[in-house]
Design a protein around this ligand. Structure first.
Ligand code: HEC
Length: 131
């Protein structure tokens, strides 16, 4: 083997760990990026006749928590649902009323406040003022 050939092989060999490292990084980073969103706690909407339809129509753009934490009157839910329809929620005309009933039954002002599930123990809960 000539001196030049040796040098060439050495140069090539030097790239191998770099390629390996790059592939290793990619294979770790890529699935992780897509897994992250599904790692989030996504709570289900309450059981009921409209659960499946509400899940399809209402969790398309945001997660359930935005709904679960509401405590609204039927009039306010009507406005809310109509606003979401205006913003692009796909709700069958026949489902609009049952959906408003479902939401205003499960998330009425009479219901106790939403208890968010937390990944870390709650701090200072007793210090928090309730409305
Ligand atoms: C086309 C996308 C889209 C769909 C579908 C959708 N929403 Fe929304 N929703 C939004 C956006 C945008 C916001 C406001 C931004 C935010 O806070 O994330 C929002 C906010 C909300 C809020 C918080 C209060 C407010 O008005 O900002 C509630 C409650 C809500 N949506 C309920 C629903 C319900 C119930 C449905 C099913 C009928 C629904 N959403 C479907 C886009 C959508």
């Amino acid at each position: 083997m000539s001196h030049n050939e040796k040098k060439f092989l050495l140069l090539r060999a030097r790239w191998i760990p770099i390629f390996l490292a790059a592939f290793a990084l990619l294979s770790v980073a890529l699935p992780h990026a897509s897994a992250q969103s599904s790692d989030k706690i996504v709570e289900e909407l309450p059981a009921g006749a409209m659960q499946a339809k509400a899940t399809t129509s209402c969790l398309e753009c945001h997660e359930s928590r935005i709904i679960l934490q509401q405590r609204l009157s039927k009039a306010a839910w009507t406005k809310e649902v109509d606003k979401m329809i205006k913003w692009g929620a796909l709700v069958d005309a026949n489902d609009r009323e049952p959906l408003i009933d479902y939401l205003s039954t499960n998330f009425s002002p009479e219901k106790p406040a939403y208890q968010p599930s937390r990944s870390a123990p709650a701090k200072n809960v007793s210090a928090k003022k309730s409305k």
